[in-house]
Design a protein around this ligand. Sequence first.
Ligand code: ZN
Ligand code: ZN
Length: 261
Amino acid sequence: MKKFFILCFLTSFLLISCSKNENKEDEIEETEIEIPLSIYQKIYKTTSDIYIQDGFVYIHTDGVPDHKSPYFPVNHELYESYDGSNPFVSNFNKNPNGISTLSLRFRIPNKPKKASFSGPTPLGPIGVSLNGVPFYNQYAGPDQPLTREINSFDQFNGHPAPLGPGLEDGFSGRYHYHMEPFWITQSKGKDALIGFLLDGFPVYGPVENGNPIYSISLDEYHGHSHATSEFPDGIYHYHVTSDDPYINGSGFYGVPGTVNE
Ligand SMILES: [Zn+2]
Ligand SMILES: [Zn+2]
């Protein structure tokens, strides 16, 4: 009887250590990617040099777009009235906010890895596009779809939100994209890398291998894994799509970093 117990004990010990090793191998596969600085440097509008420290990349931007918009003051060199070109806008309705110079400090994992649990993304910045303008999620407010807000998007598909209580003077706001940043996909290509979400995984345009991508071919977080031009060995990445939820689905795929305003 004693021998039987010892045998049982040894067998279960062996089984446990085997399964532990298998888990370890899975984790190693997931954490292999370390994104080089040169890829982050495709973010071309920053307020200081991009740097990597202790497993994070630091990206500082002022959130001001480098393209024209009706949300700049009329005497600003980048002011341009709405030109009617945004296919998502049925009846342009300029909101009362303007574009403010912000101080956005993104701290994003340099070795992005899958989260064991993904909660919904927060309101406010969920990532950064190549021109330093933040990405926002698919909601206008808590559980409010974008439906009505879309008509306030400008010709490059962005708009400003109020700065917040106390600061809201009717002319100041945080400019952001909930959907495809047209300025970037027009200048870099519809299939190009267009930015990163807070979890460190890259975001690509709405076209892949010459074909448009829709949400139905992506997972619940709005991404999938395969090789891209920046990551020939394959990486998990998001795509912007013309259909809801546009940039991200039900949360970050990876463990998110932080952003300070
Ligand atoms: Zn918005
Ligand atoms: Zn893809």
